[in-house]
Write a protein that binds this ligand. Structure first.
Ligand SMILES: Cc1cc2nc3c(=O)[nH]c(=O)nc-3n(C[C@H](O)[C@H](O)[C@H](O)COP(=O)(O)OP(=O)(O)OC[C@H]3O[C@@H](n4cnc5c(N)ncnc54)[C@H](O)[C@@H]3O)c2cc1C
Length: 403
């Protein structure tokens, strides 16, 4: 059995960031990072953007240029292509798929998410997108020619649609909801996204009742969307098998963690997509499947596992790029909560903002093509500012003057 120390399962953004942060914070015990992908830890956002557009074949790497030996230089033992199959919480050991048993003093679970698949005939004919290989396979299939159908019009579906369109493909997005990005709960934002995609020549079918995927494309209740390539982008499911087998408490569809990211087992922490944080800012379990959260959870654990007891207080943040438009979103609206959304900026192709108001206070802000207001937006979101709607929506009032 290898020596104890910190063992991290899941070698992607949250896990890789945690390993590096331990060293940055002076931890000098053994750090072992285990991941079931063959690559060194990488960041996924380029997979639906630059890689999908054919601009490059590489993701962004968490360390160096994807050179696994760079981890050894940080005194981090990196075991790629190895899956953890079980946790013995009493013995504080993890078993790997090659039979190795690794001991730990502290265990970090950063097992992330996997794409959901629709339970319809032919579902496995459709590509899903999570890994570098997935992205390259979709791009290659698109380059072979023919129409592309994308099932799902949320972030990944919209980004893949935009990227393949830019790559010269004939694309149709089919979405069950009455609008794109309906997850945001704003008809106005959905309408702007719809205009954006249609203006770029992407066909969008809303309210689609998808019945089957065949060699001809996607069968809807009322017609067939002809396509030689079908991509399913219908959301992700957190990978909870290890946590469940270890009997860890759950919340908000993930692993319940305290405000210091500790699970119900005092020797086990969780980070990234799987972690439902008892968030001091919201007083509720907050689980967010986005890049910044995974990176910041990892960085936070470097401090928490070296003695800091400061809680994790950062509000969620994410970004998206589609065509020439870049989006950022700061804050958190509880899924299912009723929020009023007001929009500033009349030109959907220019700079515009959407504000989510709960009980009159700014809970979250989306900015599109506006890059200089980050600090002012954080102030609005972190302070849950109550601002008159007329001032929020008036472009002549600088955001910095709203708080
Ligand atoms: C195509 C794509 C584009 C995205 N674009 C954006 C974006 O623009 N903006 C944004 O904010 N977010 C984006 N995201 C979301 C963001 O990438 C995720 O939130 C982030 O990757 C989560 O990091 P994580 O480390 O928690 O999990 P993951 O990245 O899912 O990594 C978990 C790792 O653990 C491994 N693993 C799981 N179980 C085991 C096991 N038992 N043993 C060993 N290894 C295991 C997995 O194989 C994986 O490598 C995108 C995601 C995708 C897929």
């Amino acid at each position: 059995m290898a020596g104890r120390g910190v063992l991290i399962i899941g070698a992607s953004l949250a896990g890789g960031s945690a390993a590096l942060a331990l060293r940055e914070n002076g931890y000098d015990g053994p750090v072992t990072l285990v991941g079931d992908e063959k690559e060194a830890p990488y960041e996924r956002p380029p997979l639906s953007k630059q890689v999908m557009q054919g601009e490059r074949d590489q993701p962004d790497w968490v360390l160096a240029d994807g050179d696994a030996s760079a981890w050894a230089a940080q005194d981090i033992t990196f075991r790629s292509g190895r899956r953890a199959t079980g946790i013995d919480a009493a013995a504080r050991t993890v078993t790997l798929d090659d039979g190795d048993v690794l001991g730990y003093e502290s265990l970090v679970l950063a097992t992330g998410s996997e794409p959901r698949r629709l339970s319809i005939p032919g579902s496995d004919r459709a590509h899903t997108l999570r890994t570098l290989d997935d992205s390259l396979a979709i791009r290659r299939a698109a380059e072979a020619g023919g129409r592309v159908a994308i099932i799902g019009g949320s972030w990944i579906g919209c980004e893949v649609g935009a990227s393949l369109r830019r790559h010269g493909c004939d694309v149709e997005i089919v979405e069950k909801a009455p609008g794109l990005l309906s997850i945001l709960g704003s008809d106005e934002v959905s309408a702007r996204l719809l205009d954006l995609h249609r203006a770029q020549g992407v066909a969008v079918t809303l309210g689609a009742d998808v019945r089957e995927v065949t060699a001809d494309g996607v069968v809807l209740a009322d017609r067939v969307v002809e396509a030689s390539l079908v991509v399913q982008a219908v959301g992700v499911a957190p990978r909870l098998d290890l946590a469940r087998a270890a009997g860890l408490a759950e919340a908000a569809g993930g692993v319940a963690v305290s405000s210091t990211l500790r699970t119900s087992d005092p020797h086990i922490w969780a980070a990234g997509d799987i972690a439902a944080v008892d968030h001091p800012r919201y007083g509720k379990p907050v689980r967010v499947e986005h890049w910044d959260v995974a990176a910041k959870h990892g960085q936070y654990l470097g401090k928490a596992l070296t003695g800091s007891s400061e809680p994790y207080t950062r509000a969620p943040y994410f970004f998206s790029d589609q065509y020439e438009l870049g989006f950022e979103y700061r804050g958190w609206v509880e899924p299912g909560a009723s929020a009023e959304v007001v929009v500033r900026g009349a030109d959907p192709a220019g700079s515009w903002y959407a504000f989510w108001l709960v009980d009159g206070a700014v809970q979250a802000v989306l900015n599109a093509n506006a890059w200089d207001d980050g600090d002012a937006i954080w102030k609005l979101v972190n302070g849950r500012a109550s601002v008159e709607k007329a001032r929020l929506t008036d472009p002549s009032v600088p955001l910095a003057e709203l708080t």
